[in-house]
Design a protein around this ligand. Structure first.
Ligand SMILES: *Cc1c(COP(=O)(O)O)cnc(C)c1O
Length: 345
């Protein structure tokens, strides 16, 4: 058994541990019962997050999955259809909650390797007819996880949102890593979320907080989402203990995300030089690097061999492995990662 220090964990940025400042803030947090509206630290986090995103209000959630689900439910009525990417986290990784819990019919558009175009969304719209479900919502994802951390620019987000607006339904952005996207474009995160009605982002990923995600939107939407959060079992009591870490995350972690993106770019360039690895390094925009394994192996085998060489990775499908860079991965680790990949071929 090797020591924890020697393992390079690239499975996800969720593995980041809270900083000393976060633990300190958690220990000192002033708390109350947040279901009764009494937790000042939760309120402070929600106000700060809403302000940073340029939205009226925000709501603290135990996870991004729950925040997305509450958003779907707050924007729609059961039985409506929701336009969602076939490679999106909401459709692919959230246990089918969109149908099972929210009672919605996913109508899929192609995303991931390619971005949806406004024309592709328009092609899904149908004139009202007694046969058709009502279209209730468009969901976008920025950065796009299965797309390899790709960024939707403000202009593209606006062009896609305009299709929904013209058709009379709102837009929800799954922005778990939207701060990585803002860092990559060197823009204020407000620019990326301005075109959408609601946005979720994760505190527990690149921002290093131990727990939590935030959903933001207008006051009325957040009031509806609060009821859905309670319904889903996400009403938390002295949640200020974890919200305190989220506040520190917003104050201290956002500015350093360029580093994670830069390490990912450097890592991708090094991996792309390895024979047999399928990777377009120029397409890596943020902290996610997805590569194809050589023909003579498969992704689960590759991930297992990497683990034997003390590098942990995620399997995306039979042929693709994912590395995610984060606060615990410096550029210094790149030679060891590359060596582990070579040794695993
Ligand atoms: C991680 C992630 C989520 C879900 O967040 P959890 O806190 O893990 O439930 C949603 N969307 C995207 C794009 C993600 O990467």
């Amino acid at each position: 058994m090797t020591g924890e220090q020697t393992v390079i964990d690239l499975r996800s940025d969720t593995v980041t541990r809270p900083t000393a400042a976060m633990r300190e803030a958690m220990a000192r947090a002033v708390v109350g019962d947040d279901v009764l509206g009494d937790d000042p630290t939760v309120k402070q986090l929600e106000a700060r997050a809403a302000d940073m995103l340029g939205k009226e209000a925000a709501l603290f959630f135990p996870s991004g999955t729950m925040a997305n689900l509450a958003a779907l439910m707050a924007h729609t009525e059961p039985g409506e259809e929701v336009l969602v990417g076939e490679a999106s986290h909401i459709y692919y990784y959230e246990v089918g909650g969109v149908s099972r819990v929210a009672g919605l019919l996913p109508r899929l558009f192609v995303d991931g390797d390619t971005e949806p175009t406004p024309a592709a969304l328009e092609a899904l719209l149908r004139a009202p007819d007694v046969h058709f479900p009502k279209t209730g919502l468009l969901c976008l994802e920025n950065t796009h996880n299965r797309g390899g951390g790709t960024v939707l620019t403000p202009a593209k987000t606006e062009a896609l949102a305009r299709v929904a607006r013209a058709a009379g339904f709102p837009v929800h952005l799954d922005g778990a890593r939207v701060f990585n996207g803002a860092a990559a474009l060197n823009v204020d995160v407000k620019a990326l979320v301005e075109p959408v009605d609601s946005v979720m982002f994760a505190l527990s990923k690149c921002l290093s907080a131990p727990v939590g995600s935030v959903l933001a939107g207008d006051e009325q939407f957040i009031a509806r989402a609060r009821r859905r959060r309670k319904l889903l079992g996400g009403g938390m009591r002295q949640a200020g203990v974890i919200a305190a870490a989220g506040l520190v995350a917003l104050e201290t972690m956002v500015h350093r995300l360029r580093d994670d993106n830069d390490v990912a770019a450097e890592l991708a360039a090094a991996l792309a030089r390895i024979d047999g690895i399928g990777l377009d390094a120029a397409a890596v925009q943020t902290n996610i690097v997805i590569f194809a394994v050589p023909e003579d192996t498969d992704a689960p085998t590759m991930a297992r061999r990497l683990a034997e060489h003390n590098v942990r990775a995620s399997v995306m499908d039979a042929r693709h492995v994912r590395f995610v860079t984060h606060r615990h991965i410096d550029a210094d680790a790149i030679p060891a990662i590359v060596a582990a990949v070579r040794a695993s071929l």
